[in-house]
Write a protein that binds this ligand. Structure first.
Ligand code: AMP
Ligand code: GLY
Length: 421
């Protein structure tokens, strides 16, 4: 089979390495992929948002199955376009990807169908938002409506900060068009859990839970990033909580999307907060999380391609989805300065064992030399019988990924180790 994977980060590298385990897979094209992915797939420099380019490539190369991994092409309708020319795809159509594409849509959906989430108000008028903030409970959370690369969320500790944030989004277009509508919501507390779930629109099969580490610095300090590391499973997510989430969140969300005529097929990502009043949805993503995928897929025992095709064909109920009863830890090695400015173009070297354990995100080939080209450069994952051992081993392996001005958090997994202590 000839497969196409759209995207070019660590998540896509993890997906490609898993897909390759299926002996039926002959060729994987990555659009655009990256310099590290080039070791495992044929990278073609067509951007993930160039839908015309993607469709032409898929038609000309007789692709059998496509996986659309990032949010932008999903929201733009990449799956719709590929389906129109008869190429089966993993991922939601645009009318379902809106669950991530518009936070206002997601919040209204949850309200309408009684799915637990933070209380909220939606504003399209700056003055109304500012006057609401005169009396809103503080701290409060301000979110730009559209896709903003995970950066459109401000936790405001004071009324002034909240007003500044809505003004930046609505009047100064700090997040471009995605901030012309804002959601202002209740500040929740509790441990956060990421649950990625396979769904064919009828059945939902959650993957092993995980914990992201979004802040740039140790002890969750510094700016929000795309994610500096992950562990799985998340120790806060007990089987009792998993049952509650299935009944109150996962199944109701699938049913709600069907009731709206927006059947969701693909990977639905539930960003949850385990509050004193029960699990609540912080956000939905219409795709695999990154770096969550870099710990979740290495634990998947079932064949990824088979599971993905079952999501497309509507046969997920009959398809086995099992995970190893082990622990995984992924440590991101970033360019110092990320998520703000950082230097690029440094040569990357790996020890052989580090290379085998590493997914590449921000790197490109210059000749046959791999050099840094992004903020998050690599993710190195280890699997072990205990979380403690997985953390130690992932750090030991990550030490074998070397480039100038490399930066890692030193405490990935520490909070999880302390859970319940
Ligand atoms: P999001 O991009 O929606 O995942 O938000 C980024 C981060 O902001 C989340 O991972 C949470 O840590 C935090 N966050 C978002 N919404 C809330 C909320 N209502 N209460 C507390 N923290 C929140
Ligand atoms: N790691 C969070 C995300 O993928 O959105």
């Amino acid at each position: 089979m000839k497969l196409l994977v759209i995207g070019g980060g660590g998540r896509e590298h993890a997906i490609i390495k898993s897909l390759k385990k299926n002996p039926q897979v002959e060729t994987i094209y990555a659009l655009p992929g990256n310099g590290g992915i080039a070791a495992d797939a044929i990278c073609v420099s067509i951007s993930a948002t160039d839908l015309d380019g993607i469709v032409n490539f898929a038609r000309e190369n007789a692709i059998d199955y496509a996986v659309v991994a990032p949010d932008d092409p999903l929201v733009l309708g990449c799956v719709d376009r590929l389906s129109e020319i008869g190429i089966p795809c993993f991922g939601p159509k645009a009318n379902a990807a809106i669950i991530e594409g518009s936070k206002a849509f997601a919040k209204d959906l949850m309200k309408k169908y009684g799915i637990p989430t933070a209380a909220y108000e939606i504003f399209t008028d700056l003055n109304k938002a500012l006057s609401y903030l005169e009396t809103a409970p503080i701290p409060t959370v301000i979110k730009a409506d559209g896709l903003a690369l995970g950066k459109g969320v401000i936790i405001a500790a004071t009324r002034e900060e909240a007003k500044e944030a809505v003004t930046d989004m609505m009047a100064n277009a700090k997040f471009g068009k995605s901030g012309s509508t804002v959601v202002i919501e209740e500040f929740l507390t509790g441990p956060e859990v990421s649950v990625l779930a396979f769904t064919d629109g009828k059945t939902v099969k959650p993957m092993v839970s995980s914990m992201d580490h979004k802040r740039a610095g140790d002890n969750d300090t510094g700016l929000n990033t795309g994610g500096m590391g992950t562990i799985a499973p998340n120790p806060y997510y007990t089987s009792q909580i998993a049952d509650i989430c299935m009944e109150t969140i996962f199944l109701p969300t699938i049913a709600a999307m069907n009731a709206e005529g927006r059947t969701f097929r693909g990977c639905l990502y539930f960003g949850l907060m385990l509050t004193p009043n029960g699990p609540k949805v912080i956000e939905y993503n219409c795709r695999f999380g990154d770096p969550e995928t870099q710990v979740v897929l290495p634990l998947l025992e079932s064949d990824l391609l088979t599971v993905m095709r079952a999501c497309t064909d509507g046969t997920l109920a009959e398809t086995e989805v099992t995970f190893a009863d082990k622990h995984a830890c992924c440590v991101i090695t970033a360019s110092a300065g990320y998520p703000e400015s950082y230097e690029k173009g440094f040569a990357i070297t790996f020890t052989p064992e580090a290379q085998a354990a590493t997914f590449v995100a921000g790197a490109k080939l210059e000749g046959d030399k791999l050099v840094t080209s992004g903020g998050r450069v690599t993710g190195t994952t280890a699997i072990a019988d205990t979380l403690e051992a997985a953390i130690a081993e992932s750090y030991r392996l990550a030490d074998g990924v070397v480039f100038q001005k490399a930066y890692r958090r030193s405490d990935i997994g520490r909070r999880a180790l302390q859970a319940g202590k």
